[in-house]
Design a protein around this ligand. Sequence first.
Ligand code: 13P
Length: 287
Amino acid sequence: MLVSAKEMLTKAKAGKYAVGQFNINNLEWTKSILLTAQELNSPVILGVSEGAGKYMTGYKTVVGMVNGMLEELNITVPVALHLDHGSYEGCLKCVEAGFSSIMFDGSHYPIDENIEKTKELVKIANEKGMSIEAEVGSIGGEEDGVIGKGECADPNECKSIADLGVTMLAAGIGNIHGKYPDNWEGLSFETLDAIQKLTGDMPLVLHGGTGIPEDMIKKAISLGVAKINVNTECQLAFAEATRKYIEDKKDLEGKGFDPRKLLAPGAEAIKATVKEKMELFGSVGKA
Ligand code: 13P
């Protein structure tokens, strides 16, 4: 059964480790992540962006697939199904469809509007026993070939949003989605420290987990990060393994064209990436 992310993140914050959110794109992704979490006895959060939800034909399909797998694969570790960077309407759809967690990304609204909308969604999430993530300070990333610099959130604004009763809070600290540019200045631990001092026990979320050096991940966890989002790194691992399979002409040997064979190396590569991250984040054995 899907669970809210509240309990796993409260434990992670207290135990000074982080739970990984791994974004899913299809059946192979979901299966690889769930099997790895079970094997390592780790809690896990499956992230679904609005685009990925649409790709998988809608949130109800995603809920059906994930619930089916939890049962058929005998998954007993805590699993949350979470909307990633949701709009207000997207959040309502996921509540309806049976997700166990939502993120409302109101970071592009003026702070008062972000507060207003987050407040309404907190009430709805609470009524349903779901966890809810909010965001302050937009997290940069590549858009039309231009890599935006990660913004640093205002700690006082973080406090205002945290006080609304959200479960976890994403705050920009110089992190960005996708690959980091060579001249990236790194995470702003000063900002993170100030945010954690004002928000206390609130589990903080680090987006853009791909490509952040290990020492920075560990320091971020020591300063209150309890959830780390990883997406691009699984995509890169999947693409590289699949490319190798085709370049080695394995699809031309026997029934190598069978999708169950063709997608297998990519699925294994996702498992290896998830395992590496769970070990780094410290969530192994914490289910
Ligand atoms: P990356 O794609 O950089 O790993 O970021 C993932 C993320 O933050 C999803 O919200």
